[in-house]
Design a protein around this ligand. Structure first.
Ligand code: FES
Ligand code: FES
Length: 209
């Protein structure tokens, strides 16, 4: 008597059947038109997303405390713009490459498109809307106006948030340093010289930023 025998479902026959089933499935999928596969994938994405439950989040934005429930996949940028309607923070690339979405988190500048809102539990966020003191513009906002630091203005909120951080970080002692530490903020209008002039004025004026 042969003491070696296949456990049902694990022997060579079963492995062959399983292989044939899988390869038939792959062949069938290859024959399905692309749009149909994409539609199925999109539907699957939605179902996966629906599995995520909203989770509670407490944070402070521009001095106002918020207690909300959000999907964990919500970026800080989308949370600010869509949940809180603070549309001053701009969405440029959405990939961390343009700096249009720069805000301060506990005083540090971050690209809000690159972090999830739920990562900022208990933190203090400042957006361009929170920079001015009531009706009085922040010195950096005033300097941008004075030096024509913007043209279309799309990059300007992110530029101003970075410019303030740049001075606070002690990275604005020379034109070269300013250009280097502002290099994460892209301006399609090319207002760079004016932006540098605005930052130099604020830095030179010794005003509190
Ligand atoms: S939108 Fe965030 S870096 Fe471009
Ligand atoms: S002012 Fe237009 S993108 Fe900078």
């Amino acid at each position: 008597m042969n003491s070696e025998h296949d456990t049902p479902g694990t022997g060579p026959d079963e492995a062959r059947r399983s292989f044939l089933k899988q390869s038939s499935l792959l062949t069938a999928m290859a024959l399905v038109p692309g749009p149909l596969v994409q539609a199925a994938a999109a539907e699957l994405d939605e179902k996966v997303a629906a599995v995520f439950e909203k989770i509670p989040l407490k944070l402070e934005v521009n001095g106002v405390k918020h207690k909300v429930s959000i999907e964990p996949r919500t970026t800080l940028l989308d949370f600010l713009r869509e949940n809180l309607h603070l549309t001053g923070t701009k969405k440029g690339c959405d990939y961390g490459q343009c700096g249009a979405c720069t805000v301060h988190v506990d005083g540090q500048r971050v690209n809000s498109c690159l972090s999830f809102a739920v990562m900022h539990e208990g933190k203090k966020i400042t957006t361009i809307e929170g920079l001015a003191n009531g009706d009085k513009l922040h010195p950096m906002q005033e300097a941008f106006v004075k030096h024509d630091g913007f043209q279309c203005g799309y990059c300007t909120p992110g530029q101003i948030m970075s410019a303030v951080a740049c001075i606070r970080e002690g990275k604005a002692d020379s034109e070269g340093e300013i250009r280097e530490y502002m290099s994460g903020n892209i301006c399609r209008c090319g207002a760079y010289s004016n932006i540098v002039a605005a930052i130099q004025e604020v830095k030179g004026g010794g005003q509190k930023v």
